[in-house]
Design a protein around this ligand. Structure first.
Ligand SMILES: Cc1ncc(COP(=O)(O)O)c(C=O)c1O
Length: 373
C-alpha cells in the first residue's frame, strides 16, 4: 500500500518561493509574478457593494454569475471579434483553476501534454496530476514557441498542447503567423490547444492574437484571468472559455472542486472587465518604461536578452553563478531551471517593481556579473 498517490508524489512545490526566502527580507525582489499596482477602485467598490448588500453571500451559479459571463462575452466580442455565448464561460479560482479543469477534463491516464520549456510551472505539475505525461518542448533562440516544434512533438497519444503568449517566464509574444499555425495544428491533428492568455493585455509591441480566432474546429480553449490585467492576483478570479461540449465537461470538474468562484471576486471582476480600461493602458505604459530601463541596464552590463514584447518579465542568458551572486547581494531573480530543464543558464527577471528598485538592482547585478566573470 502506498501512503500517497503516485501522481502527487511526482510533483513538488515550486522552487520560486525558496529563492525569496534565501534572499532575506530587505532584498530587492525581481522575482515577483504579480503587478505592483492597486486593483482598480471601481472593481474594489463593486465587491464592497456586493458584500454590503448581501448579494455576494451565497453560492452563485456553478459557472459564475450571468452578469459576469455576459461581461466576458462582450469582452471577447470587443477584443477579438469572437461571438461567444455567456454559457461558454466558467468563472474559476484564477487562471490556475482554469488550467486544472482543462487538464482534468481532457487528459487521460498516460496521454501526453505538450508545453513550452521554459514555461509556466503549472503545466508540468497539472499534467502529472491529471495522470498525463509531460512533453516539454524547447523554445526558439528568441524564446518564442515554434509551431513546428509543437507539431513534431505531437503523437497519437497527445491529448493537448499548451501555448502561452505573452509568456511567463519569457515575456515573449507569439506572432500572428505562429498563432495561426497553432490553430491549424489543433484543427489538423484534432488535438486540444489550451491557450493560456492571462497576460493578454500586457503587450508593448505588436498585437496579442488568440488561436481561438483562427481555428476552424472547436479544439481551442482559452484561459484568462483578472490577475495580471487588473492587478487582482489576490482576488483569485479567472475563467475558461471554449465550445459548449468542452465547457460542460470542465464544469463537471469545477462543480466538485470549487462549486463556484468566490462571489465578491466575481462582482469585482465584472466591474473590472466591463469598466474603464484606461487603467490597463496606464499600467502597460509603466511596464513598458520599466522594461526599457531594465533592457538598457542589462545591455550596459553586457547581458544579452531577447526583447520581451509582453508580460513583465525578461529572460536573459546569464553566466554560471550569477543568480546565486545576485541573491547573496540582495537581489532576487529566479533561476531559469525553475521553469523547466531548458531554462537552465537563464534567469527570469520581473520588472513588476518600482523604477528606483530596478535602478538599484541593476547596480547590484553589475557587481554580481563582474564577480562571476
Ligand atoms: C502563464 C500563467 N498562467 C496562469 C497563471 C495563473 O494565474 P492566476 O493567478 O490567475 O491563477 C500565471 C500566474 O503567474 C501565469 O504566469
Amino acid at each position: 500500500m502506498t501512503e500517497f498517490s503516485e501522481r502527487v508524489e511526482q510533483v513538488s512545490i515550486s522552487g520560486i518561493r525558496e529563492v525569496f526566502e534565501a534572499a532575506g527580507e530587505d532584498a530587492i525582489n525581481l522575482g515577483l509574478g504579480q503587478p505592483d499596482f492597486p486593483t482598480p477602485r471601481h472593481a474594489r467598490e463593486a465587491a464592497v457593494e456586493a458584500i454590503e448588500s448581501g448579494a455576494a453571500d451565497g453560492y452563485t451559479s456553478n459557472k459564475g454569475t450571468y452578469e459576469l459571463r455576459e461581461a466576458l462575452s462582450a469582452k471577447y466580442g470587443r477584443d477579438y471579434d469572437l461571438d461567444l455565448d455567456p454559457e461558454q464561460f466558467i468563472a474559476t479560482a484564477g487562471g490556475s483553476e482554469a488550467l486544472h479543469i482543462a487538464m482534468e477534463a481532457h487528459v487521460d491516464h498516460g496521454q501526453e501534454v505538450v508545453f513550452p520549456d521554459p514555461g509556466f510551472v503549472a503545466y508540468d505539475a497539472l499534467t502529472r496530476l491529471a495522470g498525463g505525461d509531460p512533453k516539454p518542448v524547447p523554445l526558439r533562440e528568441d524564446l518564442t514557441l515554434d509551431p513546428a516544434a509543437v507539431e513534431e512533438a505531437i503523437t497519437d497519444d497527445t491529448a493537448a498542447f499548451v501555448v502561452n503568449s505573452p509568456g511567463n517566464p519569457t515575456g515573449a509574444v507569439s506572432s500572428e503567423e505562429d498563432v495561426r499555425e497553432f490553430a491549424r495544428i489543433a484543427d489538423e491533428h484534432d488535438v486540444l490547444c489550451i491557450s493560456d492568455e492571462v497576460y493578454e493585455h500586457i503587450v508593448f509591441e505588436g498585437e496579442h492574437r488568440s488561436p481561438m480566432e483562427f481555428a476552424d474546429s472547436d479544439n481551442v480553449v482559452v484561459v484568462g484571468a483578472c490577475s495580471k490585467s487588473y492587478s487582482m492576483t489576490g482576488w483569485r478570479l479567472g475563467w475558461i472559455t471554449g465550445a459548449t461540449r468542452r465547457i460542460e465537461r470542465m464544469l463537471r470538474v469545477h462543480q466538485y472542486v470549487q462549486a463556484c468562484a468566490s462571489a465578491p471576486a466575481q462582482y469585482a471582476a465584472e466591474a473590472a472587465i466591463s469598466g474603464d480600461q484606461t487603467v490597463v493602458d496606464e499600467m502597460v505604459q509603466t511596464f513598458r518604461e520599466r522594461r526599457d530601463l531594465l533592457l538598457s541596464g542589462l545591455d550596459d552590463i553586457g547581458i544579452e536578452v531577447p526583447t520581451p514584447h509582453g508580460a513583465f518579465y525578461a529572460m536573459p542568458k546569464v553566466p554560471e553563478g550569477f543568480v546565486d551572486e545576485c541573491i547573496e547581494r540582495g537581489v532576487v531573480v529566479v533561476p531559469g531551471e525553475a521553469f523547466g530543464e531548458h531554462g537552465a543558464g537563464y534567469a527570469r527577471i520581473s520588472y513588476a517593481t518600482a523604477t528606483e528598485e530596478i535602478e538599484e538592482a541593476l547596480e547590484i547585478m553589475a557587481e554580481a556579473y563582474d564577480a562571476v566573470q
